[in-house]
Design a binder for this molecule. Structure first.
Ligand code: AMP
Ligand code: MG
Length: 421
């Protein structure tokens, strides 16, 4: 423990472990939303609006016809019936996409297409079904009160109203609305670009066949997917050997394009661990043990003002640490206010055992049965068992103080996806 920074002793519980909530607070306190940026609509889906977007004009911007038919003065067709149609003179045609040049006077009608601007003078549209054209005259067999089949100006949005509130996450409907209202580059919190490194002399890329003792890099891809799902932009920086200088150099090389860094591995035992060796002496990153299983050793800090997450190496620890520390941080960088996964209370289908002093995160399938939610563990708790995550959709949380949570007992479950199929 000689290499432990003194400040961390304040956080330590009696066993020298930091409670999960303290570790999360330590991370989230250091994270701020990214500075807002104007981005094209095709790049802002899922981003959070950094301002109230106020309509600069009404939508629709002009009155248009809701039907194919004839634009008329309502007073001219007030008494029209099939047996006594109103006869009006056709004085023109209102075209879609064009300003109508004509004015509809008394006794006059203008042929109009759906979506075409209603010409001046007219205040109602009689549909084509109730019209009979005879030369330059149209016989209209239906009365139309003022406004009938006319889409008025500002019916959808009045000028000056807030189209999209600050803090709103932009989904498909918002993209269309902003496009329609003339905001092609909304001001949003951008997606964090997160540089991902895998440390380890034993690692090879997935396209390579491992020699005996070598392992294909899993973590970079788990983190890649988790970042995408969280709304961030992963940048894979590849495998870094267990050599402090290489790690430092790689991090510095990527600094200009990074909003944050994530490495996996090399944070556990001591100064032989590469992330510690690279960054501990600079004092930028704290290394500490969190009262959780899996995922106990963690590193977190800043390199040149960019958050650096030093996750442990075991693949399950990576997944769980990402969920607990990185994902909420990404949500905060994105400007979101809801940082957490949804949770349910579920009945355990099997016993779950683990270290009593730590929060245990058990991989489970959570699903509904006749009596509510049921959480079924997907396998043993070893933090290297990556297939247990693939079979799961939730993490059951067994709080410190419980060595074995019994089948039938109620547990809280973080749900990280809706299904596992
Ligand atoms: P470490 O914390 O670096 O000692 O790594 C702990 C365990 O996780 C070791 O068995 C590593 O081989 C394994 N490990 C580390 N990084 C990766 C990775 N990127 N992909 C798969 N396994 C890894
Ligand atoms: Mg390692």
């Amino acid at each position: 423990m000689a290499d432990r920074p003194p400040a961390l002793h304040d956080h330590d519980s009696a066993e020298g472990l930091m409670p999960v909530d303290d570790a999360r607070a330590k991370v989230l306190d250091a994270i701020q939303p990214l500075a807002p940026l104007q981005l094209p609509l095709t790049e802002v889906h899922g981003c959070v609006s950094a301002e109230d977007v106020v309509a600069t004009h009404s939508l629709p911007a002009f009155a248009s016809s809701a039907m194919d038919g004839f634009a008329v003065r309502a007073s001219d067709v007030a008494d029209a019936t099939p047996s006594r149609p109103s006869e009006l003179k056709i004085v023109g045609r209102a075209m879609i996409g064009h300003r109508p040049e004509m004015v509809v006077g008394g006794g006059e009608a203008v042929a109009i297409a759906t979506g075409a601007p209603v010409p001046a003078g007219a205040d109602a549209v009689v549909p084509i079904e109730n019209a009979q054209v005879v030369g330059e005259v149209v016989r209209l067999a239906e009365a139309a009160p003022s406004g009938r089949h006319v889409r008025p100006v500002g019916e959808d949005v009045a000028e000056g109203t807030v189209l999209v509130q600050r803090g709103k996450r932009l989904g498909a409907p918002e993209l269309g609305l902003l496009a329609n209202a003339g905001f092609p580059t909304p001001l949003v919190h951008p997606r964090p670009r997160v540089v991902v490194l895998s440390t380890g002399d034993e690692l090879v890329v997935p396209t390579e066949t491992p020699q005996f003792g070598q392992v294909r890099d899993a973590n970079a891809y788990t983190i890649f997917g988790a970042l995408r799902e969280a709304g961030a932009m992963p940048v894979l920086a590849g495998i870094v050997r267990d050599d402090a200088d290489s790690l430092k150099q790689t991090v510095l090389d990527y600094l200009i394009q990074a909003d944050a860094f994530i490495s996996s591995g090399g944070v556990s035992v001591g100064e032989r661990d590469v992330v510690k060796a690279a960054f501990f002496r600079r004092g930028d990153i704290d290394f500490y043990k969190v009262a959780m299983q899996p995922g106990m050793p963690q590193g977190f800090g800043q390199i040149e003002g960019k958050p650096y997450f030093g996750l442990p190496g075991n693949p399950v620890s990576v997944f769980v640490s990402f969920e607990l520390f990185v994902r909420p941080a990404i949500q905060k960088m994105l400007g979101r206010t809801e940082l957490e996964r949804p949770q349910v209370t579920a009945r355990l289908a099997d016993d779950v055992s683990g270290p009593e002093g730590k929060m245990q995160y058990a991989r489970v399938v959570v699903e509904r049965d006749g009596q509510g939610w049921v959480a079924t563990p997907t396998g043993a708790r070893g933090s290297n068992l990556i297939s247990t995550v693939s079979r799961a959709n939730g993490l059951a949380m067994i709080p410190p103080g419980t060595a074995t949570a019994r089948a039938g007992s109620q547990v809280r479950v973080m749900v990280f996806r809706t299904g596992v199929d």
